[in-house]
Ligand binder design. Structure first.
Ligand code: BGC
Ligand code: ZN
Length: 390
């Protein structure tokens, strides 16, 4: 069995040749049953679960939750692993290596690591290490689709799916997975814009000032771009302060529509849409500069309908050579650039990343509090579970 297939197995048996396994706690849902979040038990994994001496046993320290987890608990999304009645949640992991197999050279006990989310499927893109670009309809994502997630005590993984986090980023490493979504979107934009031979984006807009919008504002500021971040809520509040700390502009819907804001501060060479509200996409299409690129990252499960100025949008796209691209998930390349951006952010804007970690919840057993914050919390940027102390 290849390493990737090995770590793609659904679940560990509760009993094996060594007898019954120790059990550990996990936060799980019954996919398809709304509000089914509960405390489940799982057999404790072992480093030998991955063949060929390639196992890495990780003790989980922190796990972040986001809109995807909310949608899974609302039964709008999510699938259990084959043979399991439940799905363990959690895809934003952060942990410490506890033990490694004899043939692991990439990480050592004591290293901080974050696991990638998607596991390889069958498409050609999966086979070249870019499962984030899969064309398979059935796909595997830990904590989301057909593979258990990280809201538990330990996991075992092939080092192919682990990314080392520097010791100095220990307190903010849980932000790496959401950062990778931004890294991929921006990398896609730059990759596409190679068509222009020379592309020096000067003005960018970010739509949405939640975790992804804030991290996109950060990543663009680290690249020296002038950024306007547009969101619903009027300033000042924590999120607008965070935007302004990066010396980006915060513009709210109180100032006018996104098109009004674009007329004042645009047009934008790059727009990163992360508001979760799809009707804004059509405004963004109109606010894009000539040769501009619009990156869409919101996973929108609802069914909004809008009337749009179709000819005007089409004309501006045609006459302006514009591009729009969707982006989901991230492969390890973007986890690696994410680590670099988080490191640079820690140096350039000390304490900024820590301020995103607004709602800690101690212990897996407090899963109700975790979901209460996620669904109804005030002033929430990032809700996370402090699973264990370092
Ligand atoms: C996760 C991605 C995942 C996407 C779609 C997001 O919340 O961060 O890793 O690909 O949901 O399931
Ligand atoms: Zn997510």
């Amino acid at each position: 069995m290849s390493p990737s297939l090995a770590s793609n197995r659904a679940a560990q048996p509760a009993v094996d040749e060594r007898g019954p396994r120790k059990m550990m706690k996990a936060i799980a849902v019954f996919p398809g049953r709304p509000g089914s979040v509960h405390l489940a038990e799982l057999p404790m994994p072992s480093v030998t679960d991955i063949p060929g001496g390639r196992g890495v046993l990780v003790r989980i320290l922190r796990v972040g939750v986001d809109g995807t987890d909310k949608e899974i608990n609302a039964a709008e999304y999510g699938e259990a692993p084959e043979g399991s009645p439940f799905l363990v949640l959690g895809h934003e992991s952060f942990g410490v290596v506890e033990e490694v197999g004899a043939r692991v050279t990439e990480v050592m006990a004591g290293d901080y690591v974050v696991a990638t989310v998607r596991r390889p499927g069958m498409s050609i893109y999966d086979r070249i290490g870019t499962s984030d670009m899969t064309t398979d309809d059935v796909y595997f994502e830990r904590g989301i689709s057909r593979r258990h997630g990280f809201l538990t005590e330990h996991y075992v993984e092939d080092p192919e799916f682990l990314v080392k986090v520097p010791q100095g980023l220990g307190d903010v490493g849980v932000l790496l997975e959401p950062t990778t979504v931004v890294e991929k979107g921006i990398a896609q934009a730059f990759e596409i814009q190679r068509r222009l031979r020379v592309w020096r984006p000067r003005k960018a807009a970010v739509i949405g000032a939640g975790t992804i919008g804030l991290l996109a504002t950060l990543a663009l500021r680290l690249r020296g771009v002038e950024v306007t971040t547009f969101a619903k809520q009027p300033r000042p509040y924590l999120n607008s302060d965070l935007v302004e700390t990066l010396r980006a502009r915060y513009a709210s819907a109180a100032e006018g529509s996104f098109l009004d804001v674009a007329a004042k501060y645009g047009p934008f060479d790059l727009i990163f849409e992360a508001s979760g509200f799809a009707p804004l996409v059509f405004d963004a299409m109109q606010a894009l500069a000539k040769n501009g690129v619009l990156v869409l990252s919101s996973v929108t499960g609802s069914d909004h309908k809008v009337e749009v100025p179709a000819d005007r949008i089409n004309l501006s796209f045609v006459l302006g050579n514009k591009v729009m691209v969707g982006t989901v998930n991230a492969n390890r390349e973007y986890f690696e650039t994410g680590v670099k951006d988080l490191s640079q952010a820690a140096l350039e804007y000390p304490g900024w990343l820590n301020r995103l970690l607004t709602h800690p919840v101690k212990g897996l057993e407090n899963y109700r509090q975790l979901f209460d914050y996620l669904e109804h919390g005030q002033g929430v940027i990032k809700v996370f579970c402090q699973v264990a102390q370092d």
